[in-house]
Design a binder for this molecule. Structure first.
Ligand code: ZN
Length: 307
């Protein structure tokens, strides 16, 4: 056995020995109060400041997420936030707007593989728009464990209306979902068009647990910046690209949130239909890797459910 910390005679030492010895050193040299575990954070910060490749830092430390936003580098440790070290990466399928093809095609394809997804409901569109699911279809998917999340009442750009209207758009949809027993994700929002600003985020903060933008990126295994959630938009990307995101989520111990619209074979005028064969290839790939990555509902992830 190759041990890093041993007694003088080479036998394994008790974890407390090391903490005790590090405390002695801190006191003797009058260093700032720092626990032995805290060295992990110091080490990560030091490596970042030396421009060491993030991949290398991640490999050395494990369970660490490193994000770069403009010039700010944010290092977070899953194990600290989630209170455990065995969290598995996960992939979450969010289907926006509740298009019928999500029920007719995606639902069956995911069910076949034992996967659950999430539907972004625009409450005032249900039962009105042709290409939008009916209440009974929504009910059926919910019964199979799918989350119905908040996509507002009318799909307005929330930054183009008053703050009061924006809040009411979100609360109307929340009430619609709750009245029907779809409580799990009624306080989880996808901003219509992904659009948000500081004012809207602040106004919605008391009403929501999580909100999804269209900002591209991976999320940590436990959501941190709860109202500016990142996604990977599938657009019309080849399955291979989406599969590489899955690999990335596995290697970086992250959560991958896919944003999808329609599923089918014919492209629509807005190019929001994802090819069903590519979707099938992606699902098979994830199924193959199911020991390494979980398919979760958005409420399971936001609630911090253990895997
Ligand atoms: Zn939408």
């Amino acid at each position: 056995m190759n041990l890093l910390f041993t007694k003088n005679n080479g036998f394994p030492s008790h974890p407390d020995d090391m903490s005790g010895r590090s405390r002695e050193i801190v006191e003797r040299y009058e260093l700032p109060k720092l626990t032995f575990h805290g060295l992990r954070h110091t080490y990560a910060s030091f490596m970042v400041s030396k421009n060491v490749n993030f991949k290398i830092i991640q490999e050395q430390l494990g369970h660490v997420n490193i994000q770069v936003e403009s010039s700010i580098v944010k290092v977070t440790f899953d194990s600290i936030f989630a209170g455990e070290t065995t969290k598995k990466p996960s992939v979450i399928f969010t289907f926006d707007d509740a298009w019928t093809s999500q029920y007719e095609i995606a639902f069956a394809m995911m069910l076949e593989r034992g996967f659950k997804g999430n539907i972004g409901v625009i409450s005032n569109w249900i039962g009105i728009e042709d290409e939008i699911m009916s209440e009974s279809q929504i009910e059926e998917m919910h019964r199979h464990g799918w989350d119905m999340f908040n996509h507002s009442a009318n799909h307005k750009n929330l930054t183009n209306v008053t703050v009061e209207t924006a809040v009411s758009e979100v609360l109307t949809c929340k009430n619609w979902l709750n009245e029907r027993g779809y409580n799990r994700a009624s306080t989880i929002l996808a901003y219509p068009y992904g659009v948000h600003n500081k004012e809207i985020v602040e106004a919605l903060q008391p009403h929501l647990r999580y909100a999804r933008t269209l900002v591209e990126g991976l999320e940590p295994t436990f959501p941190l910046e709860a109202l500016i959630g990142k996604i990977k938009n599938v657009l019309t990307l080849p399955a291979a690209t989406l599969m590489s995101y899955v690999d990335q989520a596995i290697t970086t111990q992250s959560t991958l949130v896919f944003c999808l619209h329609k599923i089918g074979t014919e492209q629509d005028e807005w190019e929001t239909t994802y090819n069903r064969n590519d979707f099938s290839t992606l699902l098979d790939y994830i199924y193959e890797k199911k020991d390494l990555i979980d398919v979760k509902t958005i409420s399971e992830w936001v609630s911090g459910n253990k895997s």
